[in-house]
Design a protein around this ligand. Structure first.
Ligand code: AMP
Ligand code: MG
Length: 413
């Protein structure tokens, strides 16, 4: 068997993940479980549906019985064209125990109502004329009996899932799609991973808060808000601290140490490239930490750093805004997911519709917009261009030395 060669990026992520243990589970009420990660699989506590039920408002009948009646009708009044009438006996409302169908009769039924025993076909209300239903107790069929099918409009017991089968795997994020299934199968308390505690630190003497006056040599901190927003899309995380730190070694060391004490993961921005004030790697080493990787063959985001202090993880994301956003998504997020045991997301691969011939000798994350059956490149001035990023839906991952239409792996913001 050939063991696939790990890319440098995959190896870096794996190295960090090997330090990480899954955070402990906690039991919480289902009302609070939206957005959390399941710590255990959820099994069906009963068949779904738990009884044969109607998928439509209409009339439950025995189709064989009806077709027999139709044949007799034809025999006695050939070519009369007179439509079939159904004698209605009983109403099957949703939430009521099942009725029994009397031979030669129909039971009126509403969506979700139990199919009466003896019935095997639901005629839609729209396929009947109910004009004198309450005066006569009859409705008239407005479609041909031969157009009715056995089993039509019936949701059969267990057709979604059988009792005891796995509905949701451990590691599922309880999003909009999963929550309905969780609620349906009776969990009142649910075991989820506790929230991952994260501190965000933005480094740089040039940074100012929103609302502060900015000189031409200063900039507003955009990475802090960007990362905060990214994490709000990962509702199984919790930001336990967020601050800015000046480019001076003692302050950086103090900030990192207190962030490490308070959280599972510290995410820093800035201060990891080759500038004279890029003190982050030195600060981590002086605090007794270990640099697990520094610099990866990617653009943007080449100076990205991953480190540990004990079993706490530190990411140093390059300060350029596009680099920060891309490395958060590509490098940090898989590690965060490992911490909570989240199932890996499925890959999206789409063709690039306006490919050019440019290549790079490293993995290139190029901003894209979704465009019909594929994606289109967004013009960008580079990793400082947060305006083009704002107009993008995500980025395409173009492997080193490659160009053309792909299809390429696509990451959506
Ligand atoms: P650095 O990684 O510290 O060398 O920063 C690279 C570039 O990103 C510089 O132009 C910084 O001014 C800019 N930058 C660093 N941190 C931030 C931030 N929090 N928000 C916006 N831009 C930043
Ligand atoms: Mg800096």
């Amino acid at each position: 068997m050939q063991i696939p060669q790990l890319s440098e990026i995959e190896a870096a992520i794996l190295k960090i993940c090997s330090v990480v243990g899954t955070v402990a589970p906690e039991i919480i009420p289902i009302q609070q479980a939206g957005g959390r990660i399941l710590a255990e699989p959820i099994l069906a506590d009963r068949d779904s549906p738990a009884h044969d039920v109607s998928a439509m408002d209409g009339y439950a009948i025995d189709l064989n019985d009806l077709q027999r009646a139709n044949a007799e009708n034809q025999e006695h009044k050939p070519n009369s064209g007179s439509p079939l009438r159904l004698s209605v006996d009983g109403i099957a409302y949703a939430g009521k125990p099942p009725l029994r169908l009397v031979e030669g009769k129909a039971v009126q039924i509403f969506t979700g109502g139990c199919v009466p025993s003896g019935a095997n076909c639901i005629i839609r209300r729209e396929d009947t004329d109910e004009t004198d239903r309450y005066e006569t107790g009859f409705v008239t069929l407005s479609i041909q009996p031969q157009d009715l099918k056995l089993g039509q409009n019936i949701r059969y017991c267990g057709e979604n899932i059988r009792q005891g089968q796995v509905v949701l795997e451990a590691g599922t994020e309880i999003g909009t799609a999963a929550m309905g299934a969780l609620a349906t199968f009776g969990s009142e308390q649910v075991a989820v991973r506790r929230k991952l505690q994260i501190t965000l630190l933005a480094s740089g003497d040039e940074l100012q808060e929103p609302g502060q006056a900015v000189q031409p040599w200063q900039i507003r901190d955009s990475n802090g808000p960007t990362l905060r927003t990214w994490l709000s899309g990962l509702p199984w995380t919790s930001i336990v601290g967020q601050s800015r730190v000046q480019d001076d070694l003692p302050s950086i060391k103090r900030s990192i140490q207190s962030a490490v004490d308070a959280s599972d993961i510290v995410i820093l921005t800035g201060g990891v490239s080759a500038g004279d004030t890029d003190f982050i790697p030195q600060a981590i080493v002086e605090l007794g930490g270990e640099i697990l990787f520094h610099r990866l063959p990617i653009r943007p985001g080449k100076p990205v750093l991953g480190a540990r202090i004990g079993n706490k993880i530190i990411f140093g994301l390059p300060g350029n805004p596009v680099s920060t956003a891309v490395t958060a998504r590509v490098i940090a997020q898989p590690v965060l997911e490992t911490f909570v045991g989240k199932i890996s997301p499925r890959e999206l691969r789409l063709p690039l519709l306006n490919a050019d011939a440019k290549t790079l000798p490293l993995t290139w994350f190029r901003l894209i917009q979704l465009a019909g059956p594929g994606v289109k490149l967004v013009d960008s001035q580079g990793s400082g261009d947060l305006v083009s990023m704002a107009h993008s839906d995500g980025f395409a991952e173009i492997p080193a030395g490659c160009s053309g239409s792909g299809p390429w792996k696509v990451w959506l913001w």
